[in-house]
Design a protein around this ligand. Structure first.
Ligand SMILES: Nc1ncnc2c1ncn2[C@@H]1O[C@H](COP(=O)(O)OP(=O)(O)O)[C@@H](O)[C@H]1O
Ligand SMILES: [Mg+2]
Length: 325
């Protein structure tokens, strides 16, 4: 390499070769299998979503991809080269789920400290800091201490830290948890633009809407296994002709979900976020019986919505549970 952390290494296997290729990743913690045979590829400019509920194995998977956790089995290649080559690790930018910043330093000081760890110095370091602040819309707040930052600004600075060394692969672990809707929007827009600039991105989330909005391709992970993969359209089409019915209600939604599952024609039903999400082959034909289920379970129905199946429906179909219960 010429300048440290500068020009990204090119893919060895020519144009179109995946930036990330991982195969058969596995990790146990004692008796518990956290990740069990996960593999996927990400191309240049592609945003790959790892979508799954809390505890599914997202963080463990990406820590293995970033070389922060040794895998029990499987392999990771970045631009065709094994992760074991030290120079390869500098191709990856990692944005951890837990914010890793010094609160009593300014944003600039934080970035300078981290940039030096990547081997950046002098004018190049200054340029990279300015660029990372600009990319995360923090240019005018660079001198402020991080403890004066809002949650959303900290999240953005956390992302800036992952960009300093111009990674070819950016790995973001639930980067919008705990931020306000406006900051969330800003982060999602930024991530889209990283993909558009040619960076490969891995984006983990338990928010179906984020996977839908940001990701070109989604891998659905549950209990440490990748149970489906594709574009949103592919995943939804693989469901077959299905309707999604949302029963928005207050009261014992578990009871309502159970009563809904007993309705002939209902394939899946689970409660999440103040509603019962129902998947059925023909939504309209099961509606009358669903309304009876509402009455028998004693909940107060606020609204019924029949909609097209989405990624949430796919997850429910595959696992029988909701993404967020
Ligand atoms: N260091 C650890 N020691 C023991 N168990 C762990 C550790 N890290 C993760 N786990 C367990 O592994 C599983 C997957 O966790 P994680 O990868 O953090 O999931 P996610 O990021 O999808 O929420 C969970 O059951 C979690 O409790
Ligand atoms: Mg996690």
């Amino acid at each position: 390499m010429s300048e440290p952390g500068n020009a990204p290494l090119q893919a060895q296997e020519g144009e179109g070769a995946p930036v990330l290729s991982c195969v058969g990743l596995a990790k146990r913690f004692g008796q518990r299998s956290a990740v069990d045979g996960v593999g996927f590829e990400v191309s240049p400019g592609e945003i790959y979503g790892l979508l799954g509920p809390n505890g599914a194995g997202k963080t463990t998977t990406i820590k293995m991809i970033c070389g922060l956790l040794d895998a029990d089995a499987g392999s990771v290649r970045i631009c065709g080269r094994p992760l074991a080559e030290l120079s390869v690790r500098s191709l990856v930018g990692y944005v951890p789920q837990d914010i890793a910043l010094y609160p009593d330093l300014s944003a600039r000081e934080n970035l300078a400290f981290l940039g030096r760890l990547y081997g950046l110095r002098g004018r190049l370091l200054d340029e990279r800091i300015a660029e990372a602040l600009e990319l995360t819309e923090l240019s005018d707040r660079g001198k402020d201490r991080v403890d004066a930052y809002s949650g959303g600004m900290r999240r953005r600075l956390n992302i800036a830290a992952g960009l300093l060394h111009h990674p070819v692969l950016l790995v973001l672990d639930e980067p919008t948890v705990g931020v306000d809707p406006q900051s969330r929007h800003a982060i999602l827009e930024r991530v889209r633009s990283f993909g558009a600039s040619g960076m490969a991105v891995v984006y983990t989330t338990h928010y179906m809407e984020e996977a839908d909005r940001v990701c070109d391709r989604v891998g659905i992970i549950d209990h440490g296994r990748l149970i489906a993969e594709g574009t949103k359209r592919e995943l939804v089409e693989a469901l077959g002709e299905k309707d999604r019915i949302d029963l928005v209600a207050t009261g014992d939604l578990r009871a309502l979900a159970a009563a809904s599952r007993a309705v002939p024609g209902v394939e899946r039903a689970a409660e999440a976020d103040g509603r019962v999400h129902v998947v059925a082959g023909d939504g309209r034909s099961v509606l009358p019986a669903l309304v009876e289920a509402v009455e028998s379970s004693g909940v107060t129905l606020n609204s019924v919505e029949v909609a097209e199946a989405d990624l949430e429906s796919v997850f429910l179909h595959l696992t029988g549970t909701a993404l967020r219960e």
